[in-house]
Design a protein around this ligand. Structure first.
Ligand SMILES: O=c1cc[nH]c(=O)[nH]1
Length: 238
């Protein structure tokens, strides 16, 4: 966990002097407005609350549920009439359930939150790891499983958008399963660099984040962030 401590060389990528201007039609910052999402995010960040890994995973799920609801306003609906015990009601039904993609292992609780709402969605999974010993962050995607993405809505979810390399590599690797008609990328905490990289490299995507933090440290962790989302969910690894 030493990698998480602030260092004097928190210089991998210094924070921009002023807040960058994001295209608010494409970048949605859910915790910019006060809501219960802010409370869940505060618990995720809090080192004391983090000791309860059940609550940590559940808070990631809850933010996934909130983001699923927000993204649902951009999906297509079909008018249908449903029979109630007392009559008929004209209602809107989700036209087709989005494909929910995530990156093992840290993405799993956040993905479960999306699946709780998009309960008929198929899922796609990727495993990606960082290649050690390189000056630049380099990522290898080495496991993929997905349904056809042709003409589907794809929502790619990963709780921490740090450099953005693993998300972009995963997205590109997924495209071998087809060309989605609409793409959303969702993260809990993003770095300014990650937002810049993803919006530049995947211009077709809408980006949804709970918060955009200050900067990346020299280990490519988000500061202040929350630490290592995978370890906090599932225990530290060797
Ligand atoms: O801060 C970060 C960055 C990447 N992954 C994490 O779990 N935390």
């Amino acid at each position: 966990m030493d990698a998480l401590k602030p260092t004097s060389a928190d210089s991998l990528a210094a924070a921009p002097a002023a807040a960058p201007a994001y295209d608010s039609d494409r970048v949605h910052v859910v915790c910019a407005e006060p809501s219960i999402a802010n409370h869940f995010l505060a618990e995720l960040r809090d080192v004391t609350v983090q000791q309860d890994s059940l609550r940590f995973r559940r808070n990631l799920q809850r933010l996934g549920e909130i983001m699923a609801y927000r993204i649902s306003s951009q999906l297509s609906y079909t008018d249908k009439t449903v029979k109630t015990p007392l009559g008929e009601s004209s209602s809107k039904h989700l036209h087709d359930f989005p494909v929910l993609a995530t990156v093992l292992r840290a993405g799993l609780p956040f993905h479960q939150g999306f699946l709780n709402y998009f309960d008929q969605s198929p899922s796609a999974f990727a495993a990606a790891y960082r290649i050690e010993g390189t000056a630049q962050v380099q990522v290898q995607v080495d496991y993929l499983s997905a349904p056809s993405l042709d003409e589907r809505v794809l929502i790619l979810v990963d709780p921490m958008l740090a450099s953005g390399k693993s998300l972009v590599q995963t997205y590109r690797a997924m495209l071998r399963f087809g060309t989605p008609r609409q793409v959303h990328i969702a993260a809990v905490i993003a770095s300014p660099q990650g937002v810049e990289y993803v919006t530049r490299e995947v211009p077709e995507a809408n980006l949804w984040v709970a918060a955009i933090d200050d900067h990346l440290n020299d280990q490519a962790y988000i500061v202040p962030g929350l630490g290592d989302a995978g370890d906090l969910s599932y225990g530290s690894k060797l």
